[in-house]
Design a binder for this molecule. Structure first.
Ligand code: RRO
Length: 304
């Protein structure tokens, strides 16, 4: 049997598959459920300083090869999230706290609270594609990315991951800025900006208008981003975007990922997601005579 265990910035994962932020992440019970169903780790919904209702419905629409969402960063606020994390931490596996803020001060306050609640690492959301004053509006700028990352690194001891947007001309430039700010890893990619039009109404389907496209349709974009990042940074890369099979996972690992996140597939495979992906990746590794998932990282770069 090939070894699926991976290490990322000091976190040991039983398998490379991490539940992505925003999927089952608003309650601790569903995060714990994903861990008990075999996730190597989970990322919380992105949490801000105050409760936020998010956008009006419709907030998600199925489109060919995926979904477009504009949830609008709904979350209960950091103070109310403590008890959710108590639940999420019960299975004893890595829990990564995702946070979003408007500036370095908010990010630091959120990071300190998350660390105090016991999360094992942080993921800075500098990449939500449709949030006025948050997410990609900050993370499209390398200087802001570096400054926020460095501030959070100075505020906490736990590892800090930075989640990057693909909606830029050079993700490598942003990845380097996160690394220069001291990031322990980068996660790529958040959703691609997208839109669907309701023909009879002659209006965008989602109440917000545009949203973030996820699912199998974005996999080639995610793989290319991870490939570019692997050539640009030395820190580990957490790859995501449209992973729904063991072969998709192998592609991301070969492009340069050390660990992987999954989102849209969870709506199809639900609790079977993680056992399904682990079984398929294991089969791919054994049938291609690889001893471990680790052995695949960066293979597509032809360096060894
Ligand atoms: O909540 C959202 O609408 C959302 C977030 Br925070 C994000 O980072 N990416 C996304 O596609 N949606």
């Amino acid at each position: 049997m090939a070894e699926l265990t991976v290490d990322i910035a000091g976190l040991r994962l039983q398998n490379p598959f991490i539940l992505a932020s925003g999927i089952w992440g608003e309650t601790g019970a569903t995060l714990a459920r994903a861990l008990r169903a075999g996730a190597g780790a989970v990322v919380t919904k992105s949490i801000g300083v105050a409760p936020r209702a998010g956008y009006a419905n419709p907030t998600i629409v199925e489109v060919p090869a995926g979904f477009i969402n504009a949830m609008g960063l709904p979350n209960p606020g950091i103070d109310a999230y403590k008890e959710e994390l108590e639940e999420a931490l019960k299975p004893g596996k890595p829990v990564i706290g995702s946070v979003f803020g408007a500036n370095a001060r908010e990010f630091c306050a959120l990071a300190r609270k998350m660390e105090g609640y016991g999360v094992h690492a942080l993921e800075l959301n500098l990449s939500c594609p449709h949030a006025q004053g948050y997410g990609a509006q900050l993370g499209q700028d390398p200087d802001i990315t570096k400054r926020i990352t460095a501030s959070v690194k100075a505020a906490v001891k736990i590892p800090v991951f930075v989640k990057l947007t693909p909606n830029v001309s050079s993700i490598a430039t942003i990845g380097k800025a996160a690394e220069a700010g001291g990031a322990d890893a980068v996660a790529a990619i958040n959703t691609l900006k997208g839109m669907a039009i309701e023909l009879e109404l002659c209006r965008p389907v989602l109440s917000h208008g545009s949203g973030g496209y996820s699912g199998p349709g974005i996999k080639p974009v995610g793989v290319a981003c991870v490939y570019d990042l692997f050539g640009a940074v030395k820190i580990p890369i957490i790859g995501m975007g449209g992973i729904s099979s063991g072969e998709d996972a192998a592609e991301y690992l070969m492009a340069g990922a050390t660990a992987l996140q999954v989102g849209s597939i969870v709506y199809k495979k639900r609790d079977r997601t993680f056992t399904h992906l682990s079984r398929e990746l294991s089969h791919f590794l054994s049938s291609h005579h690889y001893k471990s998932a680790r052995a695949l990282t960066g293979k597509a770069h032809g360096r060894s």
